[in-house]
Write a protein that binds this ligand. Structure first.
Ligand code: ATP
Ligand code: MG
Length: 302
């Protein structure tokens, strides 16, 4: 049952291809399998998470009904329309089964127009002599209001953020109770994490941002880990040392998500032309999905 106070998790990293969307899908299905009501908001114009949950024709039909984050933000920010976020939901979107029922996952999908929309809003604001700060401020208000409704109906609200730093990512990070940052434990990815963390968590207060500080430190989730690679093991050891220092600027999951075929396979809906059970879908990665859920709940409550 949903309580009145759902928790908000944003999965974000400036770096692309590190496993953000994979983490969102693992968390959404794992939390739903554990009996929680889950809603996913796709904030990425690539719409990867949307395709994972609603392949092809289903997604097309949802977009034709103007049910998407893109339509919601356009209606609010461009047209001053006040239709509530709940009218943009695609309900019971999951094809994954548990005890003969699909998992209870609702979603607000993204459309590829999301990127254009952001540009359009910036242009309109510039015409009125407002800038990017104003876009951030307005997006914050709109998404904050949406979250009031969603948190009353769901146990968990998950944001899948786009790579790079968009206004919508900046806002999702500020509204989240926890920001999970999937990071491949190699040199370039840790450099990328450091730049991302510094720009969002450290510089915010000096850049006259319209946004509040994030609620807590980012939580690194080691992703696509290859335990046979010395570089991965060494990078993990040094990340863990850093996370354990008394003045650490980030936290870190104990769990390390392995780079494995079962996860890659689970992320392609074409591998499941039938409605798989949760166990069939995650197969050898089942233990990692369950561990991710357990540790996420512990970190949110602790
Ligand atoms: N643990 C894993 N094991 C194997 N493959 C993985 C794993 N995690 C992610 N992948 C694969 O890596 C690719 C990138 O993953 P994903 O799309 O989740 O990254 P992302 O950070 O969301 O990317 P983007 O920045 O483009 O949004 C996908 O093909 C996915 O299937
Ligand atoms: Mg992604």
């Amino acid at each position: 049952m949903a309580n009145a106070d759902g928790r908000v998790i944003a999965v974000a990293n400036m770096k692309g291809g590190v496993g953000k969307t994979t983490t969102v899908v693992m968390l959404a299905e794992g939390l739903a399998e554990a009996g929680h009501r889950v809603v996913v908001l796709d904030l990425d114009a690539q719409a990867n998470a949307s395709y994972c949950f609603a392949p092809d024709d289903q997604l097309k039909a949802i977009l034709e009904q103007r049910r998407s984050v893109t339509s919601f933000l356009a209606d609010r920010l461009l047209y001053g329309d006040r239709t509530p976020i709940t009218d943009y939901l695609a309900r019971d979107i999951s094809h994954v089964m548990k005890a003969g029922e699909p998992l209870a996952i609702d979603m607000v999908v993204a459309s590829p127009r999301l990127r254009l929309l952001e540009r359009e809003i910036v242009l309109r604001l510039t015409e009125k002599n407002y800038g990017i700060r104003s876009l951030e401020g307005q997006s914050l208000k709109v998404l904050e209001e949406a979250l009031v409704l969603l948190k009353a109906r769901y146990d968990y609200v998950l944001f899948d953020c786009a790579p790079g730093i968009s206004a919508f990512t900046e806002v999702a990070i500020r509204l989240a109770d926890m920001v999970v940052v999937p990071t491949i434990p190699d040199y370039l990815s840790t450099l990328g994490f450091d730049a991302f963390r510094a720009s969002v968590w450290e510089n915010a207060h000096v850049t006259r941002s319209a946004l509040p500080q994030p609620k807590r430190r980012p939580v690194v989730l080691a992703s696509r880990v290859n335990g046979n690679k010395i570089q991965h093991r060494e990078t993990l050891a040094s990340l863990r040392n850093e996370a354990e220092e008394p003045d650490a600027v980030f936290e870190m999951f104990d769990l390390e998500v392995d780079n494995q075929a079962s996860i890659e396979r689970a992320m392609d809906p074409e591998n499941f032309p039938y409605a798989p059970t949760f166990e069939q879908k995650w197969n050898r990665a089942l233990g990692q999905v369950r561990d991710l859920v357990t540790e996420t709940r512990r970190r949110l409550d602790g």
